[in-house]
Design a protein around this ligand. Structure first.
Ligand code: NAD
Ligand code: UGA
Length: 463
């Protein structure tokens, strides 16, 4: 009999993770991914999946309808499952106590109540969502207080470390899989049961077992450390711009120290994505709640520096364009928070567009994967006082050359590969002079652009 697995939450994590579990587990597992969002489930069951992720289509096509199912029938999936992943969103709270900092765990709690109400057999409940430390304790209390007699729940923490754009690769070959659980005999048996699922493709020495609280905190710590490296190199980029140093050379020089390592040292317009800021603020809130203000301040600075980097870049554009961008066309190349995803959550592009719209710029946007409606939605969210300005100031193009044509400045905000190969000579002919190009991702051939005639402005160096 296959192990029956349910995943509540068919988002960027639940969908890809469970598709890979189905692929690698084969006949040994039956996986049902459920969500309350009908549209999302319909998309998972269609030819156009709700998220763009390289390699995902192939994985889903191989398993869907065989041992992988997408459904809105949460209750049936919960009843049937032995293992239940909770992979729902845990955004920053936008109301009440901890507003703007604490994680909103109401969706996690609602899953716990559904599981307790409908379970007719004992279950292993797995926190896949990123949650504040000690959320497992809350889950246990809610489950035990609301379940039928004779039914027990074991709670595991199994945070996800995949990055968008490389999710399938990360899931196929994870650096590690982390499973936290209770040290009791039952807790260890639950850990072993989940370990068996991953062991279909992950070497056992990469499956790490810890106590529950270490696992929960390690997820916040990992994201905080990663984001801290980006803020550190971005802080250096500001110094580079004023000293003649080149941030790419500095990154290379420090990254060759094996103690530091070379990854996550790419200076940029600032990190985006749904998690770095949210998880650091979650950590800050935790530290504040534990009366550790110095620790809270230390981590908060990573976010402060990121906001500064976005603002600094916008100001540089405005300054270079003779301190006025009003009515000037500015082309934004890229809107996703990184390449190979259509996700725009917390993308630096949103905030840079906001700063430019505040100055009255006309913005044209091109992104190969982000949908038109998403860009409009994001720009309206930063135009609350005047939502109509989006229609007035913004054009969204499906052809990059149309987006760039006639622009006073071209601004690279996402590191999509195709941006490198455009015919910038052809583009240059259409631009008012002096023509400016701002490389916020350090991906273009700067000397070639200069030889064409562009004024080139790059994060972290003077060209
Ligand atoms: P998401 O918003 O894409 O997906 C969450 C899904 O949960 C939504 O489709 C929503 O409809 C569904 N949902 C919410 N409440 C529900 C309920 N009660 N019953 C059924 N479905 C419900 O979020 P995501 O990006 O997949 O992130 C999920 C969690 O994983 C978050 O805690 C996040 O911090 C963490 N995480 C995300 C990433 C990432 O790359 N996006 C990576 C690692 C960890
Ligand atoms: C990040 C982590 O890398 C994952 O391990 C984690 O699971 C995930 O958050 C999460 O918890 O959600 P993700 O946000 O998808 O993954 O993508 P990253 O590759 O980490 O990039 C995040 C942001 O940092 C992007 O805007 C990216 O452009 C930026 N970045 C990244 C830099 O500016 N410089 C770098 O050197 C690396």
């Amino acid at each position: 009999m296959p192990t029956k697995i349910c995943c509540i939450g068919a988002g960027y994590v639940g969908g890809p993770t469970c598709s890979v579990i189905a692929l690698k587990g084969g006949d040994n597992v039956k996986v049902t991914v459920v969500d309350i969002n009908q549209e999302r489930i319909d998309a998972w069951n269609s030819d156009e999946l709700p998220i763009y992720e390289p390699g995902l289509d192939e994985v889903v096509k191989q398993c869907r309808g065989k041992n992988l199912f997408f459904s809105t029938d949460v209750v049936s999936a919960v009843k049937e499952a032995e293992l239940i992943f909770v992979s729902v969103n845990t955004p920053t709270k936008s109301y009440g106590i901890g507003k703007g900092c604490a994680a909103d765990v109401r969706y996690v709690e609602s899953c716990a109540r559904t599981i307790a109400e409908h379970s007719e057999s004992s279950k292993i409940v797995i926190e896949k969502s990123t949650v504040p430390a000690r959320t497992a304790e809350t889950l246990q209390k809610i489950l035990q207080a609301n379940c039928r007699d004779g039914i027990t729940f074991d709670i595991l923490s199994n945070p996800e470390f995949l990055a968008e754009g490389t999710a399938i690769k990360d899931l196929f070959e994870p650096d590690r899989v982390l499973i936290g659980g209770e040290q009791s005999e039952r807790g260890q048996a639950a850990i072993e049961k989940l370990t068996e699922v991953y062991a279909y493709w992950v070497p056992r020495e990469r499956i790490l077992h810890t106590n529950t609280w270490s696992s929960e905190l390690s997820k916040l710590a990992a994201n905080a450390f990663l984001a801290q490296r980006i803020s550190s190199i971005n802080a250096m980029s500001a110094i580079c711009e004023s000293t003649g140093a080149d941030v790419s050379e500095v990154a290379r020089a420090i990254g060759m120290d094996s103690r530091l390592g070379s990854k996550f040292l790419r200076a940029s317009v600032g990190f985006g994505g749904s998690c770095f800021q949210k998880d650091i603020l979650n950590l800050v809130y935790l530290a504040e709640s534990l009366n550790l203000p110095e620790v809270a301040d230390y981590w908060r600075q990573v976010v402060t520096l990121n906001d500064y980097q976005e603002r600094r870049f916008s100001r540089r554009i405005i300054r270079c364009l003779f301190n006025t961008v009003s009515t000037k066309k500015i082309c934004l190349l890229g809107f996703a928070f990184k390449k190979d995803t259509g996700d725009t959550r917390e993308s630096a592009a949103i905030y840079i567009a906001q700063h430019l719209m505040d100055e009255g710029a006309n913005i044209s946007v091109y992104d190969p994967k982000v949908k038109h409606a998403q860009i409009v939605h994001d720009l309206k969210s930063v135009s609350r006082d005047d939502p109509a300005r989006v229609e007035r100031l913004v054009s969204i193009e499906t052809d990059p050359y149309a987006a760039m044509s006639g622009a006073h400045a071209i601004v690279v905000l996402t590191e999509w590969d195709e941006f490198v190969d455009y015919d910038y000579k052809k583009v240059y002919e259409t631009l008012p002079k002096p023509a400016y190009i701002f490389d916020g991702r350090l991906i273009l051939d700067h000397s070639k652009l200069k030889s064409i005639g562009f004024n080139v402005e790059v994060i972290g160096k003077s060209v």
